[in-house]
Write a protein that binds this ligand. Structure first.
Ligand SMILES: Cc1cc2nc3c(=O)[nH]c(=O)nc-3n(C[C@H](O)[C@H](O)[C@H](O)COP(=O)(O)OP(=O)(O)OC[C@H]3O[C@@H](n4cnc5c(N)ncnc54)[C@H](O)[C@@H]3O)c2cc1C
Ligand code: FES
Length: 351
């Protein structure tokens, strides 16, 4: 079952650029524990829009180590429903329905003193600036941000980044790339930025074309996919925009249906009974467990788990990169067993 929505009040709004605003949220004492988060995670909002309830995810641009309150940053998308609603309608003092933080786009805790390299483009800077702040404030790791924008006026958090550079001149490097001056970033440009940072932990967030180029550069440079993390900014499907073909359940032959499978969740292994047709998430919830989930449509990546044994077929996997799938990551809300082999999935594995 996806987490409950809570009404939170907007306690501040910052106009970041001509088309982007940040929204600071007031979390009452009673919800502080539930809204505890890690830098790089996101919130899911539910917005009433023309008689429908629309859901969208927005990454936290705040870090718990540096910002007193959680903050999200929303950039207008041409003809976008919710991003324009945020920028036009939402005011200080309004309340908004929000699910507690989710997501695995966070620093690994076992990376020692390896560097952190962040690739952000446009609004994709949102989760990476949070990780930048967290890494500088709570670790000794060096940090490099490669940040692409259309032009100077589109740079979100320019002043904030300058302040971090002034405070950490030895540990922070920020490279601005402006498409209007230098054209779109190429695989060769990215490779140049990887030099000397080959052992780092990498985070990538931006438009699809940008993320594809960075992923290609990682491949060419021989970066181990286990060192890389990607966050895709998909819109969750609105009730009137659902692609019904995506709901088609993959055929399961009777000999593909195990009687049960194993989940690892919060440090414990559990045997979960399985019935034909159910997703692994549905089966786990039916058995009384609470694995992470939000959209249940394959778009947010909340329900990612590592496949330890057995095999699954996934309906939609928009939230995953090909390299994630190669490494065994699955979306529990979209996966069904595809063989009779003993199936085990691990929700605790570090991404
Ligand atoms: C984990 C996560 C974190 C995110 N973090 C951020 C963030 O920090 N900041 C941020 O700004 N965004 C973020 N996003 C993206 C955000 O959730 C929205 O996708 C974005 O704001 C666009 O939503 P919208 O309602 O404005 O646009 P939508 O109404 O969803 O439209 C998007 C585009 O698709 C076009 N479109 C037209 N017809 C259709 C159709 N039938 N179906 C679909 N699209 C159509 C629209 O015209 C528009 O150009 C994040 C997404 C995810 C999954
Ligand atoms: S819950 Fe969103 S991808 Fe599974």
């Amino acid at each position: 079952m996806p987490a409950e929505f809570h009404k939170l009040q907007i306690s501040g709004i910052v106009q970041e650029t001509h088309d982007t605003r940040s929204y600071i949220l007031d979390v009452p004492k009673t919800l502080r524990e539930e809204f505890r988060y890690r830098a790089g995670q996101f919130l899911t909002f539910e917005i009433p829009w023309k008689g429908m309830l629309l859901r969208r995810c927005y990454s936290l641009s705040s870090a718990p180590e540096t910002d007193p309150r959680p903050k999200v940053t929303v950039k207008r998308v041409d003809d976008g429903r919710v991003s324009n609603w945020f920028n036009d309608e939402l005011e200080v003092g309004d309340t908004i329905a929000v699910q507690p933080p989710e997501g695995r786009f966070v620093l690994r805790t076992d990376e020692g003193d390896h560097g952190v390299v962040l690739f952000g483009a446009g609004s994709g800077v949102t989760p990476v600036i949070a990780i930048l702040k967290s890494a500088l404030r709570s670790t000794e790791r060096d940090v490099k941000l490669v940040y692409a924008n259309r032009d100077e006026d589109s740079i979100i958090f320019k002043d904030e980044l300058d302040l971090w550079l002034a405070e950490f001149p030895e540990r922070l490097e920020v490279v601005h790339h402006l498409d209007r001056e230098s054209g779109f970033m190429s695989v060769a440009d990215i490779q140049e930025h990887l030099r000397g940072w080959e052992e780092a932990e990498f985070f990538v967030c931006g438009p699809t074309e940008y993320m594809d180029i960075v992923e290609e550069a990682f491949k060419v440079a021989g970066i181990d996919p286990a060192q890389t993390k990607f966050e895709r900014f998909n819109s969750l499907p609105d009730p009137d925009r659902r692609d019904e073909s995506a709901d088609i359940v993959p055929e399961q032959a009777d000999d593909e249906i195990p009687e049960s499978f194993t989940i690892v969740l919060e440090g414990e292994a559990h045997t979960v009974p399985y019935e034909k047709g159910a997703t692994l998430l549905d089966a786990a919830v039916k058995a009384g467990h609470k694995p992470p989930s939000s959209c249940e449509d394959g778009y947010c990546g909340c329900c990612m788990a590592l496949l330890k044994s057995g095999s699954v077929s996934m309906a939609c996997h928009d939230a995953l990169e090909p390299s994630d799938i190669e490494r065994g990551w699955i979306l529990a809300c979209q996966s069904r067993p595809s063989s009779h082999e003993q199936l085990e999935i691990d929700f605790d594995a570090q991404y």
